[in-house]
Write a protein that binds this ligand. Structure first.
Ligand code: ADP
Length: 183
């Protein structure tokens, strides 16, 4: 099974992705987590990504596409849940090509919807102990704007194949809503 989970920063997609990965025995691929690990390792990808991430901007598409192409090819025969990728239209185009070349398809696309005010409140709360360099108020605002400009258009791109889920409420409640809708 290949699942894709989307939503604005703070929507809880990482949390839900972990739960779904566990439940369906999928490899959880969070591009944010992968990039943070690359930064910690001082790898070539990490060095390329760091300045963009710290400012709350997107890492260039080519870097993500190359990274995800090799990861998805390696995990060809495994179930995966993609969390944080694709984040732009060119990434979504690239992802279709990757899956095409592997003779695979996306089984479901989950989009978690949450009001902007709730999102900011959650992120400011999380920032208190996340230790993430991109969790300051200014950078959080930039991440929201980047989402609206570059990532939200994916909802239209995947129109018709997307499962919209209300992300307001407890973690369990949101999981329950997702599970009801997965084919
Ligand atoms: P959040 O969704 O809470 O903003 P993530 O951990 O998913 O956090 O991502 C953190 C940062 O990692 C992003 O702001 C961006 O700089 C980088 N990043 C993650 N995924 C991608 C992607 N698909 N394309 C470009 N940059 C990405």
């Amino acid at each position: 099974m290949k699942l894709l989970i989307m939503g604005p920063p703070g929507a809880g997609k990482g949390t839900q992705a972990k739960i779904l990965a566990h439940k369906f025995n999928l490899v959880h691929l969070s591009t944010g987590d992968i990039l943070r690990k690359e930064i910690d390792r001082n790898s070539e990808v990490g060095l390329k990504a760091q300045t963009y991430m710290n400012a709350g901007n997107l890492v260039p598409d080519e870097v993500l596409l190359e990274m995800m192409n090799s990861t998805l090819t390696e995990l060809k025969d495994e179930g995966v849940i993609l969390d944080g990728f694709p984040r732009t239209i060119p990434q979504a185009d690239g992802l279709s090509k990757i899956f095409q070349s592997l003779n695979q398809d996306i089984d479901a696309i989950i989009n978690i919807e949450v009001d902007k005010d709730v999102l900011i409140r959650r992120l400011v709360e999380r920032a208190k102990n996340s230790g993430r360099a991109d969790d300051t108020e200014e950078v959080i605002k930039n991440r929201q704007n980047v989402y609206l400009e570059l990532t939200a258009p994916l909802i239209e791109f995947y129109h018709g194949n997307i499962i919209n889920v209300d992300g307001d409420g407890s973690i369990d409640k949101v999981t329950e809503r997702i599970l009801k809708r997965i084919p």
